[in-house]
Design a protein around this ligand. Structure first.
Ligand SMILES: Nc1ncnc2c1ncn2[C@@H]1O[C@H](COP(=O)(O)OP(=O)(O)OP(=O)(O)O)[C@@H](O)[C@H]1O
Ligand SMILES: [Mg+2]
Length: 265
């Protein structure tokens, strides 16, 4: 048995970080997500794949209540983080999003300096006491996001002045600066060149030592490279969820097989 399969077996026995049960989402009359059940393991990378419009981003946004901000969205079902319902009235969505961070497809740096973008979360959550501590948190996050060397001499320059790929790595640095337990990434590499993509994939691999990572991707190669579990969505249904090796070598559902071999999409 190779190392990858051993790692996947190990993950199969691990506690769920996030459990979703019977999750449904409507946007007005549009039933976008149907009855999704899934257990997302801790300290592993889970990939969401499937054709455009199948509900990947919708489900990802359920996991840190980003859909709360969409006026027409209605959600049913339960989503538990460490066994606690994230939709409970006592949960503060802002606190939740520090634990469940998100990186979007389109880089969205704040209109602030590079430094202040990364320091934003640590500041609002009071994570550091001194400027020196904050400097350290900012540097560490930028190093992990493979951006430090490119920006260390211009931390006061605006984040929006960076290239698209650099902006995305800045957004990743901003998301990991609060040390989230779960990191949600919606097609994080679609604006990146192959070098930056490789750096982000390396980062994802490092993050899974400590965190749960969920990544939406249209690249099967990327899903196969970075994830240990893969979920295939189709027309609002979670069709199949299994170890990444199994999904890509021996899927059970013909729809999964068609998608990974390029016949639907
Ligand atoms: N903010 C929104 N308001 C209304 N409908 C939406 C919204 N976001 C998504 N939808 C609808 O929900 C369905 C699922 O969309 P979603 O964005 O989750 O798909 P996706 O799998 O992420 O697709 P893609 O691969 O193109 O990003 C689609 O029918 C889409 O039109
Ligand atoms: Mg999407």
């Amino acid at each position: 048995m190779d190392g990858m399969q051993t790692a996947e077996q190990d993950i199969a026995t691990r506690a769920a970080k996030i459990s979703a049960r019977g999750v449904q989402v409507w946007y007005g009359q549009n039933h976008a997500l149907r009855d999704v059940d899934i257990d997302i393991p801790e300290r592993a990378v889970t990939a969401f794949i499937g054709p455009s419009g199948c509900g990947k981003s919708t489900f990802l946004r359920c996991l840190n209540r980003m859909n709360d901000t969409v006026a027409t969205a209605r959600i049913e079902g339960r989503i538990l983080l460490d066994g606690e319902d994230i939709y409970d009235a006592r949960v503060d969505p802002v606190q939740l999003r520090a634990r469940v961070g998100m990186v979007f497809q389109k880089p969205n740096p704040f209109p602030k300096s590079i430094y202040d973008n990364v320091a934003y979360g640590p500041r609002i959550h009071g994570m550091t006491r001194t400027r020196a501590e904050l400097d350290q948190v900012v540097e560490t996050a930028l190093r992990k996001a493979a951006l430090w060397n490119e920006v260390k001499d211009r931390l006061d320059a605006p984040g929006t002045g960076l290239s698209g790929g650099q902006q995305q790595r800045l957004c990743i640095a901003r998301a990991i600066a609060t040390a989230p337990e779960v990191l949600l990434m919606d097609e994080p590499c679609s604006a990146l060149d192959p070098i930056a993509t490789a750096q982000v994939e390396e980062l994802i691999d490092e993050l899974r030592d400590q965190f749960s990572v969920v990544i939406v991707t249209h690249s099967m190669q990327q899903a196969a490279r970075v994830s240990q579990k893969t979920a295939f969505f189709h027309l609002g249904n979670l069709v199949e969820y299994d170890s990444t090796t199994r999904i890509f070598t021996n899927p059970k559902d013909p729809r999964t097989e068609s998608y990974i071999t390029g016949r639907i999409g």
